[in-house]
Ligand binder design. Structure first.
Ligand SMILES: Nc1nc2c(ncn2[C@@H]2O[C@H](COP(=O)(O)OP(=O)(O)OP(=O)(O)O)[C@@H](O)[C@H]2O)c(=O)[nH]1
Length: 474
């Protein structure tokens, strides 16, 4: 059928574009126990035959064999290692592929790569070329390609989990499902436009389309309301500790990163510069910054420190991956200048934290709570002591809360396409009663926007649905 022919053609064209057989070191660079060299393309079998003593035979698919790997011209043995053969289409790229697992010394790797380069039709792979071929062969969609990239760069546990979910196609399947529903919706609108006058289309088709567009729009809007958790997890979060002098900001930084990164002293105004430390809070990569205590000071160096601290808060005000911890000591008095150091009211991106609870008698806690509520509008989200570590566990949970939750959207690129998709669905609803052709164009645009996320937009599939659902022309 038409769809199969077109898919086949695409494969042939992709095959023509990728006529070269490529090879590359797929494991990391540097000295290591085992290095993996990957080959993909039609000459992979030739390379295997002429570098491994197999005669005219190819090894059984996906089975590791221990063999000598030789130079194809001089026949000198370069190394002894494992050899794997992945015939097309059951390989990562969908092409004939070979893997050599060799010893990881630089000289061994260089010799094997040089030998491969001397096989006719072979060349070193460009960056990302194996994955690009996998995408062209329909082995991965774009979200899976991005997931794979994120997995390779993941530094924390939560990043690894998110990337793996995406790479295994969880996100891609959700978008594919929406895409499929949109294709069906579009097919129905188009069929209605083309064939309703001949009474080939039953009543109520457009009502079904309305429901479908409405449901999809609501689902995508809900998906977009994730407070950018996935994007934050991907790119990391910047947490800034702000507050008056002597509130215990440097003590909190040191406690969280478990080393004396910043100087702690009872002298107010000790921290002058921004002190940064990278850590992992609940699986989120966090860059934690201690800043100079906010107060008016005649000291020029301290003034510069306060200016830098304020600049840091300002920078963060417009950034999605920024969290401010407003630290206040229990010795805080709302009548004192500390009051001026209050930054902003708490919201999900600014947390009010009370420190030095070890100095606060139980009986006075409620009184202080009320006082803070009066000044800041809200009670502190948690009470801690950097001296005794009281409340730190709860603090980390609260701190991790705006960062955690089920991340869904991982890339700003996906968000932009989904927003376009929602806008296009709104176009359908706007023109549904006045101009159905324009309304249908809205559904088509919505579908294109979704297709851009996964990299799959297929016009022939719309025709398939029209024919299957309505059997027009039998
Ligand atoms: N009792 C008690 N003292 C604390 C606690 N946290 C910090 N301190 C003390 O408070 C003083 C000031 O602590 P720092 O961490 O230097 O405070 P800071 O906010 O960085 O101060 P600046 O550099 O002036 O901005 C030090 O003597 C700390 O030992 C706490 O939880 N309990």
């Amino acid at each position: 059928n038409e769809a199969a022919v077109s898919k086949g053609l695409c494969r042939v064209l992709a095959g023509l574009a990728d006529a070269d057989t490529i090879f590359a070191l797929s494991s990391g660079h540097g000295r290591c126990g085992v290095a993996v060299v990957r080959i993909s393309g039609s000459a992979a079998a030739t390379a295997l035959r002429c570098m491994v003593g197999l005669g005219n035979q190819l090894p059984p698919p996906r089975t590791a064999l221990l063999r000598s790997i030789t130079d194809p011209h001089s026949k000198e043995v370069l190394d002894r290692g494992l050899v794997l053969w992945f015939p097309a289409p059951h390989s990562f790229t969908g092409e004939d592929s070979v893997e050599f697992h060799i010893h990881g010394g630089p000289a061994v790797i260089t010799a094997v790569l040089q030998a491969l380069g001397s096989v006719p039709g072979m060349r070193p792979a460009d960056a990302g070329e194996f994955t690009r071929r996998a995408f062209h062969a329909g082995k991965l969609d774009l979200t899976e390609v991005e997931g794979l990239g994120d997995l390779i760069h993941a530094e924390t546990e939560a990043q690894r989990r998110q990337a793996l979910r995406q790479m295994s196609g969880e996100l891609g399947r959700l978008y594919q499902d929406w895409s499929h529903r949109l294709k069906r919706t579009l097919a129905h609108v188009e069929a209605f436009i083309d064939f309703s006058e001949d009474e080939l289309i039953e009543e109520g088709v457009l009502d079904q389309v309305d429901i479908s567009v409405c449901d999809l729009q609501a689902e995508i809007e809900q998906h977009l309301k994730d407070e950018r958790r996935g994007e934050r997890l991907r790119s990391g979060v910047h947490v800034v500790i702000a507050g008056a002098t002597n509130a215990g900001k440097s003590s909190l930084l040191n406690t969280l990163c478990q080393r004396p990164a910043a100087i702690v002293s009872p002298i107010a105004g000790t921290t002058r510069d921004v002190v940064e430390s990278a850590l992992d809070i609940g699986g989120f990569p966090v860059l934690l910054s201690d800043t100079a205590g906010l107060r008016d000071s005649p000291d020029l160096v301290e003034q510069e420190g306060v200016r830098r601290a304020r600049e840091r808060y300002r920078e963060g005000a417009n950034q999605n991956n920024f969290l401010t911890i407003q630290l206040i000591s229990v010795q805080f008095k709302s009548t004192q200048p500390e009051r001026n150091s209050m930054l902003v009211k708490q919201d999900s991106r600014c947390l009010l934290v009370l420190n030095k609870t070890d100095l606060l008698p139980e009986a006075h806690r409620e009184e202080l709570n009320l006082e803070l509520r009066r000044v800041s509008g809200l009670p502190p989200v948690c009470l801690i002591s950097c001296q005794t570590n009281e409340g730190l566990k709860d603090f980390l949970t609260v701190c991790g809360d705006p960062l955690s939750g089920a991340p869904t959207l991982t890339q700003a690129r996906h968000r932009a396409h989904l927003q376009q998709c929602v806008a296009a669905l709104a176009q359908y609803r706007q023109y549904r009663d006045s101009d159905l052709a324009l309304a249908a164009e809205g559904v088509r645009l919505a579908l294109t926007s979704l297709g851009r996320i996964t990299g799959r937009v297929g016009a022939e599939e719309i025709l398939d649905i029209i024919f299957k659902d309505f059997c027009i022309g039998k």
